[in-house]
Design a protein around this ligand. Structure first.
Ligand code: SF4
Length: 454
């Protein structure tokens, strides 16, 4: 079908949104649209938005307004806005971004072709945008036949969407609904499709991957899924992201520990460590349980790399509670840690809590925690200097240096490893680490004799 519309696509937000973008691009390409990276050369611009935080809303509105501006100055004839911000704000978004031609909610992702090709959404009529929006969260959509935006050799595989946790600061359940899990066979089929498409590393994502299978009558959980993925030929690395601490089980830990293809890496947002704050966040876990779990992970998975995320400035957080968080981070020693300044989201329980923390204090706490973590991260990276690691090469950085990642470095969120020489993207190279460069490492392929370095 020759629709020959050229479409530029902007993907904002998290890896789950990226998978939605890849799926929508796959559908547009299948419908005959030509995909372009150049917005000035596009008939239609699609923006897949994030709506998680107020900051992501501001970013999305800015990008949308810029695209609408191209309708006045350029070739663009149509602007389509999709994703979480549409699901969260609905048609109310239109007053902030006049000139948009269509809205596509997260549950109507598969209507993107109709939205781009001037379909028959509600409100159709002169000058009124098409709207594809519903609150019904379908059984989780499959993400096959994507047009991938990541480098060929690694991919994200969403195993579930939505979330059953009720963290008081979080808008995601109100946007993405309750958790829906992909049947194991669908996950395995997608994994094989990604391998056939060149992926050697698959990063498992969801809002809470640990609760995978909660709705399956046969109790097929994440541990069995990991073991099944461990059998997929052509895969080298399976990485687990978005672990929720209170539902981490020994079976899952054992699967990570014993499956060869499952990397010894865990991304587990903890958000805080103080019991009063954890309770107010409704994280369903205590300080003692968190520390016990972290100890069990290190004991049962020797050499495991642990990444986490913390929130500073949660309503009511006292200086003492914040100091407890810093002391914990300094003591435990995470390989990587991201920090969010608490963002007041009016439609969340925490948004209605007393004791909101001033922005200045949030900034100070953010800087202090990142400072503390920097010392820890440098120390943990220093411990890898002199070690020999298997590195998956991602490609050249902006200076032309070849970078890759060892198993303890997830794409885009963690540090990288610089590799001397000219290895190919997607290639695994055995690298002797020779130095730390800030949060990153650098090394030489073991095939390069030491004498060459002298
Ligand atoms: S686990 Fe908590 S923070 Fe994560 S998506 Fe669910 S409700 Fe939000």
């Amino acid at each position: 079908m020759n629709n020959q519309k050229s479409v530029a696509f902007v993907s904002l937000g998290c890896a789950k949104n990226l998978v939605d973008s890849e799926k929508m691009l796959g559908q547009l390409a299948e419908a005959g649209c030509a995909v372009t990276n150049d917005e000035s050369d596009a008939d239609v611009i699609v923006i897949n938005t994030c709506g998680f935080l107020d900051a992501s809303r501001r970013e999305a509105v800015e990008v949308i307004r810029e695209a609408v501006g191209r309708k006045k100055t350029g070739r663009c004839r149509r602007v389509v806005v999709a994703g979480c911000l549409v699901q969260r704000d609905g048609e109310g978004l239109l007053k902030h971004v006049p000139g948009v031609d269509a809205l596509v909610g997260v549950n109507n992702r598969d209507d993107v072709v109709r939205a781009v090709l001037n379909g028959d959404g509600r409100n159709r009529g002169r000058g009124r945008p098409d709207v594809f929006l519903s609150d019904y969260h379908p059984f989780v959509q499959t993400d096959q036949a994507r047009l991938r935006l990541t480098p060929r050799h690694y991919a994200y595989l969403r195993i579930s969407e939505g979330c059953n946790q009720k963290c008081t600061f979080c808008t995601i359940p109100s946007i993405r609904g309750a958790m829906h899990c992909k049947p194991p066979q669908v996950v395995l089929n997608e994994a094989r499709e990604l391998v056939d498409d060149g992926a050697v590393e698959i990063n498992l994502i969801g809002q809470d991957t640990t609760s995978y299978g909660e709705e399956f009558a046969n109790g097929y959980g994440l541990d069995r899924l990991l073991r099944a993925l461990d059998g997929v030929d052509g895969l080298s690395w399976v990485r687990l992201m978005y672990v929720y601490p209170s539902v981490m089980t020994d079976a899952i830990i054992d699967a990570i520990a014993t499956c060869d293809r499952v990397v010894k890496y865990i991304d587990m947002p903890l958000q805080h460590i103080n019991d009063r704050v954890l309770k107010a966040m409704h994280r369903r876990v205590t300080r003692a349980e968190t520390i016990e779990l972290l100890g069990r992970l290190r004991e049962r998975i020797p050499g495991v790399f642990i990444r986490t995320t913390m929130i500073v400035g949660f309503p009511g957080e006292t200086d003492a509670e914040f100091d407890e968080l810093v002391a914990f981070v300094e003591e435990f020693g995470f390989d990587a840690l991201g920090t969010f300044k608490y963002s007041l989201e009016p439609d969340t329980p925490a948004g209605r809590m007393k004791g909101q923390i001033p922005a200045r204090v949030k900034r100070e706490r953010y800087d202090a925690l990142m400072q503390a973590q920097q010392a820890v991260a440098f120390q943990r990276a220093d411990a890898l200097v002199g070690r020999t690691l298997s590195v998956l090469v991602d490609g050249a950085d902006s200076d032309g240096a070849m970078v890759g990642r060892h198993a303890g470095q997830a794409p885009t969120v963690d540090g990288v490893t610089y590799v001397q020489g000219t290895p190919r993207p997607g290639e695994f190279v055995t690298v002797r680490c020779t130095e730390r460069r800030g949060y990153d490492l650098a090394g030489v392929p073991t095939t390069v004799p030491l004498s060459v370095l002298a």
